[in-house]
Design a protein around this ligand. Sequence first.
Ligand code: ADP
Length: 388
Amino acid sequence: MKIAVINSGSSSIKFQLFEMPRGEVLAYVLIEKIGEFISDTTFKYQDKKLTVTSVVKDHHEGLEKIISLLNEYGIVKDFASLDAIGHRVVHGGEEFHSATLINEHVIQKIQELIPLAPLHNPANLEGILVSRKKAPLVPQVAVFDTAFHFHMPKEAYLYAIDYELYEKNNIRRYGFHGSSHAYVLEETSKYLKKDASALNIITLHLGNGSSACAIKNGISIDTSMGFTPLEGLMMGTRSGDIDPSIIFYMQKELGLSVDEVDTILNKKSGLIGICGKNDVRSILETEDEKAKLALTMMARRIKKYIGAYMALLGHVDAIVFTGGIGENARDVRAMALEEMACGIVIDKEKNRENETLISAKNSSVKLLVIKTDEELYIARESLSILHH
Ligand code: ADP
């Protein structure tokens, strides 16, 4: 079966075509800078790679470009011949607890959730609307970043603020990166040969955006991102947890506007705020003190979350690292795990080699490095909807 996965951002479309259930990638297309003067298209199929610059006015033209590339290279004739299209949707609010077949009602609900994810849901929706136009008869599935966290207990998702703000204004923890945490759970289950519903694990998705998740018996019971993806771990450009009073202080005492504070916390904080760079690979190549400090701070916050989630979960089968940093930045993993409590011991050699199992034999908890694949997860979820 041919299942396409579309991750539609405000100025980009990431498209992957999978042969399912094998999970083989038949084609990959990334169009960036949509709506700008010149857009960049990267097209990969088999082991070939092509880059093109052209004008791509909007998502509609973007999708047309993707279709014509697939056609030109003999991969698929047109969108109508696909078996399903899976869409990444960032915010499913309290409405969606699993992948959902898209219809008018679902579209309306995603639209209603825009105030909760003003940067993401409109772009996700645009991708859905355009591909429904192109392939009206192909089943289309929405896979929500928030869905995996839907079953968090109330004491995990409520903030200790006026209850009415939750009831009337939907202010609560939602959590994000759900497709990644869920995918990594599935892969951990395969690796440990233990049913996912019997697994207690801590997953650490460490990329440009980062989040930790406490998974008990296969269910997310807590996660570090909250009402928005700003909370929790220290990230590339986002602060993660701070004292909220800092925001009032910046406004009242420093005279900054709401938008300026928003930009500071989302775009000028985290690693870039401390050392001027947000890319861990280039930070690792830098010798200066601030670069070292930034990574030490990041690792320390990861360690604190591991400790908190160990306490919440009681028994833990594995701690799993994923995302660009989790999968590759062995120094960050080593710093987060060194002199760890609870008998957790890293095998430095295996960690250096980026092996899947990086814990020492005598470690009380297995430490794993597992590559995430959110697109494959979306394809799998779309397939399972077709089978229902
Ligand atoms: P996104 O959240 O945008 O999907 P990724 O999961 O690709 O991000 O993670 C990007 C981060 O991973 C960057 O900070 C990058 O420097 C880091 N990274 C990628 N490869 C390596 C590597 N080999 N060593 C260290 N860090 C890496």
